[in-house]
Write a protein of this length. Structure first.
Length: 512
């Protein structure tokens, strides 16, 4: 791009909204609420199960109902945000999420609880892409965009661990119902702030007719995929219904791709995902989430069952990871993003996180928190925070404003599906390794105490086996980021020259 053209483009670009930094506070608050909810309820689940009389066979639906609605409706939610306007979708999503949370906190039986969780997921699927796409269209200056996405990335990465702390406090000192009620003040403050502060840029809506076949195919395909992985965790990979879900999902999603390539106004324009950089971000981010979600599960069980930590102490034990994510995202990522290409942050970030995982493969029953778990968590946090920040920014880079909601939904979809896969896949690997270890060693146990010790050793053996797979997954994420993400640093081409294409600029293309 010539200097004259660059100057003309700068003059024609709309002036940034004066209240964008205030808006970021409320957008970040809403994102924190959604991310918190993914883990905060897990801490409260045993107490809620007992109070509501939920059977062991049905308790997974407290988590699954949310995951299915959230994962299945994300693309639809992103398209609605593009159609209605992100501000309106954001406020409606917050209101619905608060109402669903109130319903969950007041639940008197399992049906009411499952319904509330499904509603939370549905409104979360509207809220999450609206929040990210608002950032994409409000922050167009490269340096400001880096800072804004640094904050957003830190929240997206560290919010789950914060949920463990908050969930532990609320469950231990108040009541499990407060893990739902706590969402209401978050939502009210964020919605009120958004209503008065956010000024969405004009001309960014996609007013095309809604792609109903695309909505049906994508929703059913993603629901089948998420449910397949969720069911695999409890029923095994050889279960006929599990296999049926995977086959159904593959058929529906392949049909969805064919339909989207032919309809005039697709739900997911293929240009959003086929662009090399965005495709690389969606894929590498999904893989990284697979590794992280499995780790949260293993560390929570290790600290509470093996080490005997209370829920609150367990939550605080995750603080080094949260601190690492904040530093990696807001300090390392934000400061270096203007100086180096995104892949020079993403690939090394994933490798640093993999190094933290590698340390955890040495975990034993009597492992020291200070000498093993602490440094591993710091490396994990720093690595993931450094990688998440450019990934979040790049995921909506160069998209037309009318596609910002759908592009943002794809980020959340890769995270949600990655979370479902990670929990099911790594948990299955761990369970198989534990069973094999106990079977091989239990015969030599003469006393009940020795048998209990072997059970714990088997549990830790299962965790470390699964963590080895997580190390490999993060290494693969690093390789994909390095290979596919070729965008140069803001204001340059991939080769570092001054010639810059629209897709490499940190300024969204204005829709005509």
């Amino acid at each position: 791009m010539s200097e004259t053209a660059r100057t003309a483009a700068a003059k024609s670009a709309p002036a940034p909204d004066a209240g964008r930094w205030k808006a970021l506070v409320f957008i970040a608050l809403a994102q924190l609420m959604v991310v918190l909810d993914a883990t905060i309820v897990n801490i409260a689940l045993p107490s809620a199960q007992q109070d509501l009389g939920i059977s062991d066979g049905n308790r997974q639906w407290v988590v699954t109902a949310y995951a299915l609605a959230f994962g299945g409706l994300l693309l639809f939610g992103g398209r609605i945000a593009d159609l209605w306007g992100r501000k309106r979708a954001f406020v409606v999503g917050l209101g619905g999420f608060a109402a669903a949370s109130a319903l969950g906190g007041a639940a008197t039986n399992e049906a009411m609880m499952f319904g509330a969780r499904a509603l939370q997921g549905a409104f979360g699927a509207l809220l999450a892409p609206a929040a990210l796409s608002l950032l994409a269209v409000m922050f167009t200056d490269a340096k400001e965009r880096a800072k804004a996405f640094g904050i957003y990335g830190a929240i997206a990465g560290g919010g789950g661990a914060v949920g463990l702390i908050l969930g532990g406090f609320l469950t231990e000192y108040l009541d499990w119902r407060w893990t739902f009620f706590v969402n209401i003040p978050f939502a009210v403050v964020a919605a009120a702030g958004a209503y008065f502060v956010i000024r969405e840029p004009e001309g960014g809506r996609n007013r095309s007719a809604l792609d109903i076949p695309g909505v049906i195919l994508s929703t059913l395909g993603l629901v089948s995929l998420v449910y397949g992985f969720t069911r695999a965790e409890s029923e095994g990979w050889g279960d006929s219904l599990t296999i049926g879900m995977f086959v159904t999902s593959a058929v529906l999603l392949l049909t969805f791709v064919v339909v989207e390539s032919r309809v005039k106004a697709p739900l997911l324009p293929l240009r959003v995902v086929t662009e090399r950089n965005r495709g690389g971000v969606y894929l590498s981010l999904g893989l990284a989430i697979i590794a992280m979600f499995g780790l949260f599960l293993f560390l929570t069980y290790y600290l509470q069952i093996v080490k005997g930590y209370s829920p609150v102490k367990t939550g605080f034990a995750f603080l080094p990871m949260i601190a690492g994510m904040i530093v990696g995202s807001t300090q390392i990522g934000t400061r270096l993003m203007m100086r180096v290409p995104p892949r020079a942050l993403m690939a090394p970030g994933f490798l640093v996180a993999a190094t933290g995982m590698l340390i955890l493969t040495q975990m034993e029953i009597d492992s020291s928190y200070v000498t093993l778990l602490l440094p591993a968590q710091v490396l994990l946090g720093l690595g993931m925070g450094t990688a998440f920040m450019p990934a979040m920014s790049l995921a909506t880079l160069g998209v037309e404003p009318r596609d910002a909601g759908v592009a943002s939904a794809m980020v959340n979809t890769s995270q949600q599906v990655g979370g479902a896969i990670g929990t099911a896949l790594l948990n299955t690997i761990a369970a198989s390794a534990t069973t094999a270890y106990v079977t091989d060693h239990i015969g030599g146990a003469a006393s009940k105490t020795q048998q209990q010790l072997i059970q714990l050793q088997g549990m830790v053996h299962g965790y470390t086996n699964a963590i080895w797979f997580a190390v490999g997954i993060l290494a693969l994420a690093a390789a994909i980021a390095f290979t596919l993400v070729t965008a140069g640093r803001p204001g340059t081409s991939p080769t570092g020259s001054d010639e810059t294409s629209d897709d490499e600029l940190m300024v969204p293309v204005v829709a005509h």
